[in-house]
Design a binder for this molecule. Structure first.
Ligand code: NI
Length: 177
C-alpha cells in the first residue's frame, strides 16, 4: 500500500465529472487500498478518487473517532437515491487545506452503489456520515464544498486562498474529507 499525493484546489482533476467504474479488477483493489491508507494518513474522514488524481466514481469514508467506532465504507459508483432534512455544519476538505466553511446539506441520505467486491449495497446515513457521503459524491461531479458557498464568500475565498494567506480559524476542530 502507498500514501498517494492529494490534489489541491485549483487542480483541474477536481473540477472534472468522474467516469463510472466498469471494471473491478486488481488495479482497482490496489487503488482502493491506497486511498484508504491516504485517508487515514492525512488524516481525513473521507476521500474521493479524483482527489488522488483518478477521475473515477469511487469513494472511501470512515467517520470514526477514538471514542466512537464506525465502519470503513468503500463505495463504487455511489448515487444518492433519497435525501431529506438538513444540517448546517462546518466542513473542510483535504483538497482545500486550511479552510473551512459552514455548508448546508441534507440531514439524511440513502446511497446506493457497489462495495469493493462489486456487490450492490444500499447505505443510509445521518448527521456527519450523511454529510461525508454528500461531500465525497460531490467530488465525483467536480464539485468542491467551496462551490456550495455563497458567491460573495466564494470570491473572498478565492482571493485569499490563491494568495496562500490563512483564511480559516486555526482553532477549527473540523475533520477534513
Ligand atoms: Ni473533500
Amino acid at each position: 500500500m502507498a500514501v498517494l499525493e492529494i490534489r489541491k484546489y485549483p487542480d483541474e482533476v477536481l473540477k472534472k465529472k468522474a467516469l463510472p467504474v466498469d471494471n473491478i479488477d486488481k488495479d482497482l483493489q490496489r487503488l482502493i487500498d491506497n486511498m484508504i491508507e491516504t485517508m487515514y494518513a492525512a488524516p481525513g474522514i473521507g476521500l474521493a478518487a479524483p482527489q488522488v488524481g483518478v477521475s473515477k466514481r469511487l469513494i472511501v469514508i470512515d467517520v470514526s473517532t477514538k471514542e466512537e467506532k464506525h465502519p470503513l465504507i468503500v463505495l463504487i459508483n455511489p448515487e444518492i437515491i433519497e435525501a431529506d432534512g438538513f444540517i448546517d455544519s462546518e466542513e473542510g476538505c483535504l483538497s482545500v487545506p486550511g479552510y473551512t466553511s459552514t455548508i448546508k446539506r441534507a440531514g439524511r441520505v440513502v446511497v446506493k452503489g457497489l462495495d469493493r467486491n462489486g456487490k450492490p449495497v444500499q447505505i443510509e446515513g445521518t448527521g456527519l456520515f450523511a454529510r461525508a457521503l454528500q461531500h465525497e459524491i460531490d467530488h465525483l461531479d467536480g464539485v468542491l464544498f467551496v462551490d456550495r458557498m455563497s458567491s460573495i464568500k466564494r470570491e473572498f475565498f478565492k482571493k485569499r486562498y490563491l494568495k496562500k494567506t490563512s483564511v480559516s480559524s486555526q482553532q477549527s476542530a473540523v475533520r477534513s474529507q
